[in-house]
Design a protein around this ligand. Structure first.
Ligand code: FES
Length: 302
């Protein structure tokens, strides 16, 4: 009989050390006490309102923190390049100072997002913040050394700051791409429903004025009936996939909204527009129509 070989049979999967380290960090329960204290303080300090929405990035439609972080990191990286090539000590100093200045709104936006994340994301986020704080301290010291005439020591401390900022950026990447913090958790919905109208359920089977969840194929839908009007959104919140049908209906700026039960994002029921963060992505909405036999049909809104 011919022997077949299975390339992976009997081999132990090799773990990448840094990935293992990050897995361990996600499970580091020792960080939970400071996380609980800090995130509660941040949430209390930044109650619901325009400022919090801006810091989350609601007007932009995506989180603000990564865009600001690019400015800070970019300035510090550029300063190191200038230092390495010895092309201008004044330019390096200016870049470091611009980076330090931009770190203020970067931290504010990052803390705001971090305060409404899952605990595993917050553990990585806390260490991300600490490494970046070390970077900021190094760069502050670097500027001080430079202006007091110790240029070489200032350059060295700048390189140490870049190393810390790079570690922080790596952790930020882990949070964004592995833990999906800041990602749109409802994006796939539009790709899971075939085009055209689909039967959802009979109008008479929907309670009046109370949101419910209905399943259509692979998708969970938030359904709210008000008389003969039926509004349908994707049920999993775009922020971190919370169940919208368990939220409360509220009026925001005269518009009926559903408020997510997990972190309080508010979405306009008519079209899924974000009225308040932390969500920054619109909730997928569906058009509805009532067939003559009383069956509600839905299709993705254009
Ligand atoms: S899951 Fe966070 S606001 Fe909905």
């Amino acid at each position: 009989m011919e022997e077949t070989t299975r390339p992976h049979a009997g081999r132990t999967a090799r773990r990448v050390p840094s990935a293992e380290l990050l897995d361990g960090l996600e499970r580091a329960t020792a960080l939970d006490r400071p996380i609980a204290v800090i995130s509660k303080k941040v949430r209390r300090r930044l109650g619901p309102g325009k400022l919090r929405d801006v810091l989350h990035g609601v007007p932009m439609g995506h989180p603000l923190h990564p865009a600001l972080a690019m400015t800070t990191f970019g300035c510090w990286l550029s300063a190191s390049v200038v230092d390495m090539t010895r092309t201008g000590s004044r330019a390096a100093r200016t870049l470091i100072l611009v980076g330090l200045g931009s770190a203020v709104p970067t931290v504010a936006a990052g803390l705001t997002d971090w305060s409404t994340l899952h605990r595993e994301q917050q553990r990585v986020g806390l260490v991300h913040a600490m490494t970046n704080a070390v970077a900021a301290l190094c760069y502050s010291g670097s500027v001080f050394l430079r202006v007091t005439g110790r240029e070489r020591a200032g350059r060295m401390l700048g390189y140490a700051g870049l190393a810390a900022a790079s570690a922080g950026a790596n952790l930020g990447g882990h949070m964004s791409y592995r833990q999906a913090a800041g990602a749109n958790h409802a994006e796939s919905v539009g790709h899971l429903m075939p085009l055209g109208w689909h039967d959802l359920c009979a109008l008479k089977d929907l309670p009046n004025g109370r949101p419910v969840r209905r399943r259509l194929g692979y998708i969970d839908l938030f359904v709210l009936r008000l008389g003969d009007d039926v509004s349908v959104l994707a049920d999993n919140c775009s922020h971190l996939a919370g169940p919208l049908h368990q939220g409360r209906v509220a009026m925001e700026e005269g518009q009926a909204c559903i408020v997510c039960p997990w972190h309080g994002s508010a979405f306009r029921i008519s079209d899924g527009r974000v009225m308040h963060g932390p969500a920054t992505s619109r909730q997928p909405a569906f058009q509805t129509r009532l067939r003559q036999d009383g069956v509600i049909q839905v299709r993705p809104a254009e």
